[in-house]
Write a protein that binds this ligand. Structure first.
Ligand SMILES: O=C(C1CCC1)N1C[C@@H]2C[C@H]3C[C@@H](O)[C@@H](O)[C@]2(C1)O3
Length: 130
């Protein structure tokens, strides 16, 4: 019903705000666009579900997410993929993993501080009802 669409509209506004803030953070520049498969030809052999901040934003606009939890699953792919593809002890890999861990902690801190548990429960109810 209309009230449900109002809730999902508010969810999309919240998720766009979170995603935009992450994309503006200079630490997360490497996460803003898909990994370039021309530059990294074996990437899709290692990483089965690529994800990046611009794709998150597109998914929001295409109404892919009905709950914050679904958004978090895709957001988590970004840092999880970075840890998986860049596991070595060389400085570049360590730098990428440091930023991946910062992304993980930053997303969780924003959600903990800014998502109302009751709002997420309403979104989960809408999801179950569909
Ligand atoms: O995993 C990533 C991104 C970093 C966070 C996501 N990449 C895989 C390649 C390995 C490393 C060095 C460059 O070859 C560059 O192409 C990539 C991009 O970084």
């Amino acid at each position: 019903e209309e009230q449900e669409e109002d809730v999902l509209r508010e969810l999309r506004l919240f998720l766009r705000n979170v995603t935009e803030r992450l994309a503006l953070d200079r630490r997360f520049k490497a996460f803003t666009k898909p990994v370039d498969i021309e530059e990294v030809p074996d990437y899709l052999m290692v990483i089965k579900k690529p994800m990046d901040l611009s794709t998150l934003m597109t998914n929001i606009d295409e109404h892919k997410y009905v709950t914050v939890s679904e958004f978090m699953s895709d957001a988590d792919l970004i840092w999880q993929n970075a840890l998986e593809y860049n596991p070595d002890s060389d400085p570049m890999d360590r730098h990428i993993r440091h930023r991946a861990c910062a992304l993980k902690d930053t997303v969780r801190a924003i959600i903990r501080d800014e998502l109302d548990e009751d709002f997420e429960r309403v979104c989960e109810e809408i999801k179950e009802s569909r």
